[in-house]
Design a binder for this molecule. Structure first.
Ligand code: SAH
Length: 218
């Protein structure tokens, strides 16, 4: 455990347990997700100056105009993806600080995550390596087209909002696989796409607010 801010309360088991209790009140039911949210030290993924707010239910800036999602949405997307079952291979588009990837790493066998902003990619990779989260691979690139060379995936999570329900990505789902992604510009909704032998099923879930999916590397 990184020692830089231990001993002053904000990383204590009690602080983390409060977050878990709040997630339960907000409707998160999956015990595996709640355990993962308890395990991952969220304060290490934000700037030191913001660490005291890391377990509050807020999104926080992570530089380059990007944000780490609030705990509720990370838990909710993970719960939807998991659907009460262990996950095999998962793809995340939009690593950001690597927090969602770390949570996914607790409930999936293998996580591939892609980030288009190089300094964010480098920082996330280092953070996940320092935490010895060895089942997570961080990649630098434009994730908009997914990762066809490693498909199929049991789960795909998009951490940024796409203008439409990207048709190409769903082809990278395994049979029985699930994709969770925010869709829309001003008004955004979380969507679930499920694949089975008969094809795809789309479900609109709840309103959300994400940074946009952009193209190319930066
Ligand atoms: N899951 C992240 C949330 C990061 S915000 C976390 O836990 O911190 C969304 C991220 O998506 C941003 O870092 C942004 O740079 C990235 N992003 C946007 N478009 C992308 C693209 N085409 N490919 C890869 N990453 C992208």
């Amino acid at each position: 455990m990184n020692m830089r801010i231990t001993g002053i309360g904000m990383t204590s088991p009690r602080t983390r347990l409060r977050m878990i209790e709040r997630l339960r009140e907000q409707g998160i039911r999956d015990e595996a997700v709640l355990a993962a949210m308890y395990e991952v030290p969220r304060h290490l993924f934000v700037d030191e100056a913001l660490a005291s707010r890391a377990y509050d239910d807020v999104s926080l800036p992570i530089n380059f105009n990007q944000t780490i999602s609030q705990p509720y949405i990370v838990a909710r997307m993970t719960e939807i993806l998991r659907n009460g079952q262990p996950l095999g291979k998962v793809l995340e588009i939009g690593t950001g600080c690597g927090y969602q990837a770390a949570v996914l790493g607790q409930v999936a066998k293998e996580v591939q995550t892609i980030e288009r902003i190089q300094p964010l990619y480098e920082r996330a990779r280092k953070q996940l390596r320092d935490l010895k989260m060895r089942n997570i691979s961080v990649r630098y690139g434009d994730g908009g087209i997914g990762l066809p060379e490693l498909a199929p995936f049991d789960g795909i999570i998009m951490a940024c909002a796409a203008p439409t329900l990207a048709a190409g990505l769903r082809e990278q789902l395994a049979l029985g696989g699930r994709m969770v992604m925010p869709v829309g510009m001003q008004e955004q909704w979380l969507y679930l796409v499920e694949r089975d032998k008969n094809g795809f099923r789309e479900t609109r879930l709840e309103p959300v607010k994400f940074v946009p999916l952009l193209t190319g590397k930066a």
